[in-house]
Design a protein around this ligand. Structure first.
Ligand SMILES: [Zn+2]
Length: 663
C-alpha cells in the first residue's frame, strides 16, 4: 500500500471507528460486535505504525495511551471547580429551597431545579480549542489540578473532536462501572495487590497512572455535566448543548418544578440506586435559570444555587457470628463472615467477605465482634471496621486452618502472597467453582446451569471438568432430581449454544489464575487460537502492554500443563470455538452484489472483483434482481440493458471508486 492509499484507508477507518465508538460509548447502542470494532482498530494502529507521519492528534488510536510520564504537571483551573454544600436529610433540602426562594424574592412560587445523579467518581475538567481536546485535568483542590490529558484520551466516551469547532471547558465525573470495579479488585487480589476501597478510589487510581496504557486497560467512563455554550439561559440548555457536541450526559437527569418534585426524584433514586451499573452517593440539585444563579451568587466556598443531597451510607452495624471458609476455583481460601442478619439500604445482609488472613489481622476482626459493614451495588458487602468499644472479652481470634475444609488436603500460602490455597486440583469445591465460573454470563454465558445444577452434576459424577459439559445428554440429566424433560432440554440447548463464544471468553472461562476479562481480551487480541498459547513463554506475553510478569508466568504455568492442552483439545473436538477468525478489514460493501460490464480504466476486472470481496461484497458475473450495483465501464455490453430493465442501480467506474473511498 502506498502513502496516498494509506491516507485514504486511515481516513475511512477513522470515520468508521468514531462512528461506532460514538454508538457504543456515548449512545450505548452498538451495531457491530466488539470483535469487529477491535479489527477496525488494529488495522488503523498497523497503518499508523507503518506511516507514522499520517497519524493525527485526534486519531482514535490515541485511546490506547501514549508514552509513560515521569510525573504529572500541575495546572491552575481558569475558574475553580467548587465543591457543593451538602444536605443530609429532607429538612436541610427544605432549608436550601427556602434560602433560594428568599434570595430570589419569591413567595410560594416553585423554583425550577435540575436534579442529577451524584456519581461516586472523580471530577474532571476538559479543555477544547476549536473543537479539539487539548487538555484534561483532575479537580485537585479545586484551584489546582493535575494534568492527565493522555490518560483521559483513553476514555472512549470523551470526544477528541467535537461536533462544532468551539472553545469550551467541559466538566464531568469519571467513574468505573461497578462490574469492572469488582473485576479489577478480583484481579488485584489474585496478583497480590491491595484492593481499591470503593469505585471512586479505583477511578482515581486508574486516572492517576503515569503509564497511560494502564489507564487504557481500565474501562473508565464519564458523564459530563457542565460546559458553557453561547447564549445559554439555563443549565438544562447546557446539558442539551453538550450532548449535541458529542459528550455523554447522564440520561437520568430531570428538570423538577419545585421542591416536591426534587424530593420525588431523590426518593426514586435512593430506592433504585442498586439497579444502576455505577455507584452514586447522592443527588445534585441546581437552580436551572442562569440569571437566577447569578442573583444568588456564592458563599466563600460554594454556590448558593446548588446543593448535594447525600444518601445515607449503606452501612450498618451487626455481629460476626462465625467465620466460614470458602474454597474458590483456584483453590483460594476466603474467610467469609457469617453475620446476624441486618438491613443495609433495603437489603438484608447475612454475609460479608473478609478477603484473606491478612485483612482479618489488619482490621483486628474477631469472632463475636460488633462490626460496621458496608455495601455498594451488587458487590459483596465488606466489613469496614470493628467497634472495639462493644467488646466483652468473649470474642475469639480467627485462625486460618491448616487443612482444606472440603477435601482436607494441606493448605499452602506462598511466600509474599496474602492468599492461602488448597492445591489439590481434584478438590470437589474447586471443581464445582471452576465449572460455575465457566458457565457465568461474563464467561461462556450458559443459561440454566447455575450453582445448584453444577452441584448436582459434580456430585453425581456426570461432570468432572468443563469439557464434560458438552458431552451431557438429556437422559443423564433426567435421571437427576428436579429435572423434567423440558428443563433437561433447556440445559443441553444452552450448553450447545455456548460453543461459538469468542476465544477471549473461553480464555477467561478457563479460570486461569490472574486472568480476568481484561487480561483475557488483551491476550486474545494477540493470538488467533488458544492452541497458539500451548508453548507460550512468559517473556513473550509480557511484551503485550497491560500484562505484567506475574500474570504472564501464571499463563505460562497453565499452558505448560499437558492436562490443560488435553482439556482444550477435547473442547475443540466437541465443537467449541477456540480460534477467532483472522482479523478482517472493515466491510463497507457487506452483502452487496456487484456486476462489472465494459472496460475499466483504473484496474483490471479481477482486481476490482477482489476489492469487492475484500470489502465484504460479492462480485457476480450476471445481472439479476439481486444485483445491487452494476459498474459500467467503457462500451458496456448487454448487462447494461438488462440492469436498466430490472431497475438495478448503475454506476460509473468513478462512482464505484468514490463508493469504496467513502466507505
Ligand atoms: Zn480442597
Amino acid at each position: 500500500m502506498d502513502k496516498s492509499q494509506a491516507k485514504q484507508k486511515i481516513a475511512s477507518l477513522t470515520k468508521q471507528i468514531k462512528h461506532h465508538a460514538d454508538l457504543y460509548y456515548t449512545k450505548d447502542k452498538p451495531v457491530i460486535s466488539d470483535q469487529e470494532y477491535d479489527q477496525f482498530f488494529r488495522q488503523l494502529q498497523k497503518l499508523e505504525k507503518e506511516f507514522p507521519e499520517l497519524s493525527a492528534e485526534d486519531s482514535p488510536s490515541q485511546r490506547v495511551g501514549g508514552k509513560p510520564l515521569k510525573l504529572f504537571k500541575t495546572i491552575t483551573h481558569k475558574t475553580p471547580l467548587l465543591s457543593l454544600d451538602n444536605a443530609m436529610n429532607f429538612e436541610e433540602l427544605e432549608a436550601f429551597d427556602e434560602r433560594v426562594r428568599k434570595g430570589l424574592g419569591l413567595g410560594e412560587e416553585r423554583v425550577e431545579y435540575v436534579a442529577e445523579l451524584k456519581m461516586d467518581g472523580l471530577a474532571i475538567s476538559l479543555l477544547y480549542k476549536h473543537g479539539k481536546f487539548v487538555q484534561g485535568a483532575t479537580r485537585g483542590d479545586g484551584k489546582n489540578g493535575e494534568e492527565i490529558t493522555q490518560n483521559l484520551k483513553t476514555i472512549r466516551s470523551i470526544p477528541l473532536t467535537l461536533a462544532e469547532p468551539v472553545d469550551l471547558e467541559a466538566r464531568g465525573e469519571a467513574y468505573l462501572p461497578l462490574k469492572d470495579f469488582a473485576a479489577l479488585n478480583e484481579e488485584r487480589e489474585t496478583a497480590g495487590e491491595p484492593r481499591f476501597a470503593n469505585p471512586r478510589n479505583a477511578a482515581a487510581g486508574s486516572l492517576r497512572q503515569l503509564d497511560p496504557k494502564i489507564t487504557a486497560s481500565r474501562p473508565l467512563d464519564i458523564f459530563i455535566y457542565f460546559g458553557l455554550g453561547p447564549d445559554m439561559k439555563k443549565h438544562s440548555d447546557v446539558l442539551d448543548y453538550l450532548a449535541q457536541l458529542g459528550f455523554k450526559t447522564n440520561p437520568n437527569t430531570e428538570i423538577c418544578s419545585g421542591l416536591s418534585e426534587v424530593k420525588n426524584f431523590v426518593e426514586k433514586w435512593e430506592e433504585k440506586r442498586d439497579k444502576l451499573p455505577y455507584e452514586i452517593d447522592g443527588i445534585v440539585v441546581k437552580v436551572n435559570s442562569f440569571p437566577d444563579q447569578k442573583k444568588l451568587g456564592f458563599t466563600a466556598r460554594a454556590p448558593r444555587w446548588a446543593i448535594a443531597y447525600k444518601f445515607a451510607p449503606r452501612q450498618a452495624e451487626t455481629i460476626i457470628e462465625k467465620i466460614d471458609l470458602q474454597v474458590g476455583r483456584t483453590g483460594a481460601i476466603t474467610p467469609v463472615a457469617k453475620l446476624s442478619p441486618v438491613k443495609v439500604g433495603g437489603v438484608t445482609v447475612k454475609r460479608a467477605t473478609l478477603h484473606n488472613e491478612d485483612e482479618v489481622k489488619r482490621k483486628e476482626i474477631k469472632i463475636g465482634d460488633y462490626v460496621k459493614i458496608q455495601r455498594a451495588g451488587d458487590v459483596i458487602p465488606e466489613v469496614v471496621s470493628v467497634i472495639k468499644a462493644k467488646r466483652t472479652g468473649d470474642e475469639k481470634e480467627f485462625q486460618m486452618p491448616k487443612h482444606c475444609p472440603v477435601c482436607n488436603s494441606e493448605l499452602y500460602r506462598p511466600e509474599g502472597e496474602a492468599i492461602t490455597r488448597c492445591i489439590n486440583a481434584a478438590c470437589p469445591a474447586q471443581v464445582k467453582e471452576r465449572i460455575r465460573h465457566f458457565c457465568t454470563r461474563e464467561a461462556m454465558d450458559i443459561e440454566h446451569v447455575g450453582p445448584a445444577v453444577v452441584d448436582q452434576l459434580v456430585e453425581h459424577k456426570l461432570v468432572k471438568d468443563v469439557a464434560d459439559l458438552y458431552g451431557l445428554t438429556t437422559k443423564e440429566l433426567e435421571s437427576l432430581a428436579r429435572f423434567a424433560e423440558k428443563s433437561a432440554r433447556n440445559v443441553i440447548d444452552s450448553i450447545q449454544n455456548s460453543k461459538d463464544r469468542p476465544s477471549d471468553r473461553l480464555l477467561y472461562a478457563l479460570g486461569i489464575r490472574m486472568v480476568g476479562r481484561i487480561v483475557a481480551s488483551l491476550i486474545a487480541q494477540h493470538y488467533d487460537s488458544l492452541e497458539d498459547l500451548f508453548d507460550i513463554k512468559a517473556g513473550e506475553l509480557e511484551k503485550i502492554h497491560g500484562i505484567g510478569d506475574k500474570v504472564a508466568s501464571s499463563v505460562e504455568r497453565f499452558f505448560a500443563q499437558k492436562e490443560n492442552h488435553k482439556l482444550i483439545e477435547r473442547l475443540k473436538k466437541d465443537g467449541v470455538r477456540i480460534t477467532d477468525q483472522k482479523a478482517k478489514g472493515p466491510q463497507p460493501l457487506k452483502n452487496k452484489t456487484f456486476v462489472f460490464t465494459g472496460g475499466l480504466a483504473m484496474m483490471a476486472r479481477p482486481e476490482a472483483e477482489e476489492l469487492v470481496r475484500s470489502l465484504g461484497g460479492h462480485p457476480s458475473s450476471s445481472v439479476s434482481k439481486q444485483t445491487d450495483y452494476l459498474v459500467a465501464g467503457t462500451e458496456p455490453g448487454t448487462k447494461y440493458e438488462k440492469a436498466k430493465k430490472l431497475g438495478v442501480k448503475i454506476i460509473s467506474e468513478k462512482e464505484f471508486d468514490s463508493l469504496i473511498k467513502k466507505a
